[in-house]
Design a binder for this molecule. Structure first.
Ligand code: ADP
Length: 319
């Protein structure tokens, strides 16, 4: 059914209340006061009563409508601000590695460079290229999720193998920074092994969280763990890093949002990683949230539905 527009709704209410009041109030007045003098007094109060009731109705209707409009306006302004912020971030994010590529490619032309210097410059060009590719991938992923083009592909995945293989990828950067990268398996009693899940999406979410944890931690540890949580499996990435202010714990999952503090501003990033993670987790039917870590740092949690792999029954194998 088509939604009633506000102006039709309010006019209809006005017409119904007004007509009802005109039709029934005279009869009510006659019934209550047979004396014409009293009837004339009552007519005045009747009019007043009608004005007060309709004024109250208008007030509540219009207030509700305006509240909705104000919220929509706030959202539009926020989205506008985020888009401008995004453009500024993206231009900065593209310009910095682009300058790296152009500058060091220029330097490579110098024939007097030693072999060592040449390798060093090439490595800078490669890193700059990787950074640009990462940004382009993030933008592509988020726009594909927005346009509903992302499909989930469920396969049987061994969680411990998955967590260990992701940790292996990040081990070199953790070692470089002197950070202890820990993978903690679920307790024996709640052990979850092979489950049906979309491996690529889980890898993407976990990688984003671990990458951030390593980026925003200077000393201490980053710990990856998982646990059964009712009908869900919960993954956790805890760090002993700079932490996130209480008021920003939810906001950081909005796209292009970065905590506006000097310590995080010094790191690269366009503010898209957590938005992509949130979009994937919700697509899989789970939730993602951040909380402060007890002794400083943060803990990122996300859940996905617990879908055990259908093992063939013992009898099946006999037949
Ligand atoms: P970015 O590319 O900027 O890291 P993200 O969407 O991944 O974008 O993260 C958004 C913001 O959330 C970051 O800019 C940072 O301010 C904050 N953040 C994310 N993870 C952490 C963490 N582990 N510790 C502290 N701050 C974090």
């Amino acid at each position: 059914m088509a939604k009633f527009r506000f102006e039709f709704g309010i006019t209809l209410v006005y017409l119904l209340v007004g007509s009802g009041w005109i039709l029934f109030s005279d009869e009510l007045t006659d019934l209550l006061a047979p004396n014409p003098e009293i009837v004339s007094h009552l007519q005045t109060y009747k009019g007043l009563f009608y004005v007060i009731i309709t004024a109250l109705l208008f007030y509540f209707f219009i207030r509700k409508h305006l509240q909705k409009l104000r919220k929509a306006e706030e959202r539009a302004l926020e989205s506008d601000k985020l888009k401008s912020g995004f453009l500024a971030n993206v231009s900065h994010e593209i310009r910095t590695p682009m300058n790296g590529v152009m500058g060091f490619a220029e330097l490579l032309k110098d024939e007097s460079l030693s072999h060592q210097e040449r390798l060093q410059f090439i490595s800078i060009i490669e890193k700059s290229g990787e950074r640009m590719l990462e940004l382009i991938n993030d933008i592509l992923n988020i726009s594909m999720a927005d346009s509903g083009q992302v499909r989930l592909k469920y396969t049987s995945v061994n969680i411990f193998e998955l967590m260990n293989s992701i940790a292996q990828l990040f081990l070199p950067s953790a070692t470089d920074k002197g950070i202890n990268l820990i993978v903690e398996a679920c307790r024996e009693s709640e052990r979850v092994e092979s489950l049906m899940m979309d491996r690529d999406k889980i890898v993407c979410v976990l990688s984003n969280l671990i990458k951030n944890a390593l980026k925003y931690t200077n000393t201490g540890y980053v710990k990856i763990s998982c646990a059964r949580d009712g009908d869900f499996v919960r993954f956790m990435v805890a760090d002993s890093g700079v932490g996130i202010p209480e008021g920003q714990l939810e906001r950081i999952f909005n796209r292009f949002v970065q905590v506006n503090m000097s310590y995080t501003k010094t790191y690269d990033g366009a503010g898209l990683g957590l938005a992509i993670a949130k979009s994937y987790v919700e697509m899989m039917g789970g939730k993602i949230w951040a909380q402060p870590n007890e002794n400083g740092g943060s803990i990122f949690n996300f859940t996905i539905p617990f879908k055990p792999v259908n093992r063939p029954k013992k009898n099946d194998s006999k037949s």
